[in-house]
Ligand binder design. Structure first.
Ligand code: PLP
Length: 427
């Protein structure tokens, strides 16, 4: 029976699943002649629970549940080359101990015009490290319109409390003026924290204060830029995509006078999971020296991947970053692929869709896209079949939609095969 179970599972795991199936039969939970089928089903469910590749047909480019930004060949190659021994904390030129912040962190700082940079585990860790280092036991001014929850339980007021900093709320939910910050200033205040409202959008009677205005104060201005658009003029693209609208650039925050800017590695930057902090050298040096920096540090593979991403930005090579390549693919090219799929599968139609950046970035903004749609007799049955083939579609009422903007063209044939009804008949 063991040979019938997924051979990718270790022998001991397959043996355990077979035992569980036999026990289920002994208990009377299944019929004796169902033991084999039950064991195969247990193996199938376990295999699907383990990490592996999926086809993201949701149209959400930075899907947090699907691993956010996919990595391209350049990043992977760099990670592979660093996977053995590597000079992560060793200066080859001098033969002395080095620092893991000398490569990826410095290059990313250079790519956005900052003096220095440091890489930690993720952006939540970056915010934590900044507040713990600069504001413990002191006060931090935050606009009431920016006391946000990012998702996964990351709430700005709670992170602040965790680092032993005191939160001073400034302004109102919809409007915070420079004079509100002005009134809240005191010797107690360590810094002004500006949190990019990256996952929601306020419209109507609203006002906020820019980094440039806040930078006129003596207090440090720290920006949690979240999504990590390195430069809002996107010099690595031929033209600035309209769906970026007014997204804040890290370079522009630095130019406006921010002392430090934090952002994620796996959102609009398009790299591996990481938190990046760039800004004034003296402050970055203090972050590096804090005990938490050791606890939150990034590993050599992440640093190697980010180094390749930094190289790509520094040479304006957006094509090597899958996020930008997929986000900027012309709709017509997607339509051609959708037509090929639809022509080969009865009951499948080409549909215009709207992709989104996702991952808590660019709220309310959509990227025109194209895909294929089916109206199956049972939406649940079709989505279960697709998921069994490791394909994650979007469900839109009675339709199952596969948005091609997030699908690698190499997976189109697999997608078509999975959409084809098992009996080959039109739905
Ligand atoms: C995404 C985001 C975070 C959290 O970043 P992670 O890399 O997911 O830890 C924090 N702040 C803002 C503004 C964000 O957009």
């Amino acid at each position: 029976m063991l040979t019938e179970l997924d051979p990718a599972l270790p022998h001991a795991v397959r043996a355990e699943l077979a035992r569980e199936a036999v026990d289920a039969a002994r208990r009377g939970a299944i019929a004796p002649d169902e033991v084999s089928r039950d064991a195969r089903e247990r193996a199938r469910v376990l295999s699907l629970a383990l990490l592996g590749p999926v086809v993201n047909a949701t149209g959400v480019l930075l899907h947090t549940n699907l691993g956010r930004a996919p990595l391209g060949a350049a990043a992977l190659d760099s990670m592979t080359r660093a996977s053995g021994y590597t000079n992560v904390e060793y200066r080859l030129a001098e033969g002395v101990r080095g620092s893991r912040h000398e490569h990826a962190g410095s290059l990313l700082a250079r790519a956005c015009g900052a003096e220095a940079g440091i890489v930690v585990n993720n952006n939540a860790a970056a915010v934590l490290l900044v507040l713990a280092t600069l504001a413990r036991g002191r006060s931090v001014l935050v606009s009431r319109g920016e006391l946000v929850e990012i998702g996964g339980g990351f709430r700005i007021p709670e992170i602040l409390a965790e680092t032993g900093a005191r939160l001073i709320e400034v302004g109102t939910t919809n409007r915070t003026r420079l004079s509100d910050y002005e009134r809240a200033r005191s010797a107690e205040v360590a810094l002004v924290l500006k949190v990019h409202t990256s996952n929601y959008r306020m419209i109507g009677f609203v006002a906020s204060t820019s980094v440039a205005e806040l930078a006129r104060f003596d207090e440090l201005v720290v920006v949690d830029a979240g999504s990590g658009l390195l430069d809002e003029t996107t010099p690595w693209l031929r033209e600035r995509p309209p769906w970026l609208r007014d997204e804040l650039g890290v370079r522009q925050c630095i130019e406006a006078g921010a002392a430090l800017v934090t952002f994620s590695g796996d959102k609009l930057l398009g790299g591996p999971q990481a938190g990046i902090i760039v800004g004034r050298r003296a402050l970055v040096d203090r972050l590096k020296a804090h005990p938490l920096a050791r606890a939150l540090r990034a590993d050599k593979l992440t640093l190697a991947g980010l180094q390749a991403i930094a190289h790509a930005y520094l040479s304006s090579d957006a094509a090597s970053i899958p996020f930008w390549r997929m986000a900027c693919e012309p709709v017509d090219a997607l339509r051609v692929r959708a037509e090929v799929i639809a022509a080969g599968v009865p009951g499948v139609k080409v549909v215009d869709t709207e992709a989104v950046a996702g991952g808590g970035t660019l709220p309310g903004l959509t990227i025109p896209s194209c895909g294929v749609a089916v109206e199956p007799p049972s939406v649940n049955a079709l989505t279960a079949r697709l998921r069994a083939a490791r394909i994650v579609p979007r469900v839109d009422d009675d339709r199952v939609v596969c948005d091609l903007r997030t699908v690698d063209p190499a997976d189109d044939a697999r997608l078509a095969a999975a959409l084809r009804a098992p009996d080959g008949r039109p739905r």
